[in-house]
Design a protein around this ligand. Sequence first.
Ligand code: ADP
Ligand code: MG
Length: 332
Amino acid sequence: MPDSPMVEMVDVVKHYPTAGRGLVHALDGITLSVEAGSVLGLVGESGCGKSTAARLLTLLEQPTSGMVRIAGQDLAALDRKGARAFRRSVQMVFQDPYASLDPRQRIGDALGEVLTVHGLASGRTAVRSAVTDLLDTVGLVHSTADRYPHQLSGGQRQRVGIARALSVKPEVVVLDEPVSALDVSVRAEIINLLARLRTELGLTYVFISHDLGMVRHLADRIAVMYLGQIVEYGSWAELSDHPQHPYTQALQAAVPVADPVVEARRKVTAVRGEIPDAARPPAGCRFHPRCPLVEDVCREAVPPLLPPSGAYRLACHVRQRELAGTAVQQPS
Ligand code: ADP
Ligand code: MG
């Protein structure tokens, strides 16, 4: 299916039954698609369901309902052989590569093991040369192969995490907060590396961050999530210059402005209150208890994400009405 998007989620729901909290609504009707070779930014506060989405996309978990498709393939319809091939084509990069690296294994051996397990290289010389190529790809010196994880900086370790994801030649890379744990000075280096790799290797990314500003330089499209739902979807330009949803506006206001004078004068309006428990999502619009624009309709009816498909989408009763009003008043 050459015309299907590389990544697709259609009305995806993921509920976790728990003993203590009750039924956790981690994802409640997520629909999105990512074209081959492009980058989707998935943004929202901690607990809004970003990592859950990542686990569904990488087949680590199954959705409660709805469909996840990669390159046109419905993941629920995969047999075991298909699932194995699929696992190679979609790779994940985690926030903390340290947690997934064996502290007693040298980097070269860790990378070599992945290559061997997947049958991508065999024999000492071939494996070593493939490992060297991988280190080149992510901008690490060859001697990194002889180091242990604790001997590397956070940025170097994340480069190893990226090398490991790329070692199996994936088409899609899901990056779950890949720079959030890094020093600010190192973040741009890793973002630049990811940007270069995406172009060179024609990769499709789903780039997850709790920080809207972080996805700015990489994402072609951004989905803003709130309590398991997408509230606004568009390009960085649309979401930064004209954010419509009050939640996006609050996230946008928290992104620092480069000009220190402007930054000092700016009034930053944080979202009031705490994000509610996903086990007890508010009725109607989930954002209504924290929303400065709240009206009766927001407490009662769930705002749909409109238009259903399209490059820009919004789920807000009040703003939708305002936008519809403006459209009517515009002379033709
Ligand atoms: P994010 O990555 O945006 O911080 P998560 O996807 O990790 O959000 O979590 C979304 C919600 O689902 C949270 O309320 C979290 O506590 C809950 N959750 C995640 N995984 C599980 C699980 N395995 N069992 C129960 N609840 C979970
Ligand atoms: Mg997470």
